[in-house]
Design a protein around this ligand. Structure first.
Ligand SMILES: [Zn+2]
Length: 461
């Protein structure tokens, strides 16, 4: 399995054999508001990764977190007059609901910051002891100048960072504007805090990911993932404090970053009013179409979510479903042709190679479309149809997580009754009435096929 590493800017081979663990960490959400489509993209990319390595026989140990101790949670919960943990729990539940809706398989562990406070205090103590951190009246800071590799991941120059960091976390006690908080002293009125050797307070943002990944995934990580907006300062800081704490590098063999999400022509931002949150996603969209749309682009590239892109993805998913379902109708007998076996096995190899090579989902999907274009349902026999079906079931359902068999329970019995009515007209040789029913169903996207075993139907779009 090869992954593009943001740090070295090249492909890194994880050198794993089936049966071995692939250990990784993905930065999770801050549950102060609804998770949105940007979070969905990252979750789907790592779900595809998780599903693929599982299918290839590796053992994934993927860990993620909930930042339930954070400025944004404290501010919003104060405004709403609820406890910060009640607010965090509400949006954690919504996140799980959204993941379930999107058919995302659960990762190995999701850990809240509030579950690891003693471990964080221990890590901060060690960083102070090793000379990488210092205590001030408003908290404990990581000393960037104690870590010469700082800036390597993001490729930032010291001058740029000074400006940015000074704006993000101003403090009169910092020795260097780039230094960042490991522990923040309690401010008046704050409702979540813990005792520590440096007074009451709470962790800074970055230290949680170091502590949770080392404790629950392991060190070093095979990969560390997240949105590309996290590269600086979050991942730069995580890398520095983790390697300083462990006295070894690298923290992660590969740093994986998902590209940005555009809504139409623009990046998604709350301030632009083009924010698509969990509630809207679950009420307006087909989860499989969202999944297809967001995974049909290679994860490092920007992806555009627009009405046009959605409609196109919907059309493609509908065609894939229809192809998949029509394979069940094949009744032609005959020997399995060797060229069909060859086509399928080459498609399978190309599919696996595309995903083994930095999870190139767009190349993997195009192998599937190529195969389907070469093998029309009308031309294959029963044995061949089974092979194609098995291939699609593995690639699209197991690895890509798409549900190809439509849920027909809602109005299936009604359609079946109408089909029965048409059959009774046909038995009475009332062909014109029977045709009227066929055309009426067609108007609603229901296609009938009369076979010697009876009449079958599918939904076409
Ligand atoms: Zn993180």
């Amino acid at each position: 399995m090869k992954l593009y590493d943001t740090h070295s800017r090249e492909l890194v081979d994880l050198r794993k054999k089936p049966g071995e663990k692939i250990v990784g960490y993905v930065c999770g959400i801050t549950p102060y508001d609804e998770p949105h489509l940007g979070h969905v993209r990252t979750a789907l990319v790592f779900d595809l990764f998780h599903r693929f390595v599982t299918a290839q026989g590796y053992e994934p140990v993927f860990v993620s977190n909930f930042t339930d101790v954070d400025d944004k949670i404290i501010e919003r919960s104060a405004k709403l007059s609820v406890h910060p943990f009640a607010l965090a729990e509400k949006y954690e539940r919504l996140y799980y609901k959204l993941m379930d809706f999107l058919n995302v398989e659960p990762l190995y562990a999701y850990i809240r910051v509030s579950q690891v406070i003693p471990d964080i205090i221990e890590a901060v103590k060690q960083l102070i002891d090793k000379g990488h951190a210092y205590v001030t009246p408003d908290g404990v800071y990581f000393s960037v100048s104690s870590f010469p590799d700082y800036g390597e991941l993001s490729g930032r120059k010291v001058e740029d960072m000074s400006l940015l960091e000074a704006r993000v976390e101003p403090s009169p006690f910092k020795k260097d504007p780039r230094d960042f908080a490991l522990w923040k002293s309690r401010k008046p009125g704050e409702t979540i805090w813990w005792h520590s050797p440096w007074g009451d307070g709470r962790p800074g943002w970055h230290i949680e990911c170091t502590v949770i990944s080392v404790k629950f995934a392991g060190f070093p990580l095979d990969f560390h993932g997240g949105g590309s907006d996290l590269i600086f300062p979050h991942h730069e800081n995580e890398k520095a404090q983790s390697e300083a704490l462990m006295g070894q590098k690298p923290f992660a063999k590969a740093w994986m970053h998902t590209g940005m999400l555009r809504i139409g022509e623009e990046e998604m931002h709350k301030s632009l009013g083009n924010f698509i949150g969990a509630t809207e996603i679950m009420s307006k969209y087909d989860p499989d179409v969202v999944r297809y749309l967001l995974l049909s682009t290679y994860y490092r590239d920007p992806v555009t979510f627009s009405e046009e892109a959605y409609n196109q993805a919907e059309h493609t998913v509908s065609n894939l479903r229809s192809y998949f379902e029509r394979l069940d109708w094949v009744s032609k007998s005959g020997e399995t042709r060797s060229q069909v076996i060859y086509l399928i096995s080459s498609a399978r190899d190309a599919f696996n190679n595309a995903l083994e090579s930095d999870l190139n989902s767009s190349a993997a999907l195009s192998e599937i479309h190529k195969l389907i274009a070469q093998l029309r349902v009308e031309d294959v026999n029963v044995g061949e149809a089974l092979l194609v079906k098995e291939f699609l079931s593995h690639t699209l359902q197991t690895v890509f997580g798409l549900r190809l068999t439509r849920n027909r329970t809602v109005d299936e019995s009604l359609i079946q009754d109408v089909v029965e009515l048409r059959n009774s007209f046909r038995r009475e040789k009332k062909f014109s009435e029977a045709d009227d029913i066929r055309n009426m169903l067609l108007k609603h996207g229901i296609v009938l096929e009369d076979t010697k075993d009876g009449t079958r139907w599918i939904r076409e779009q």
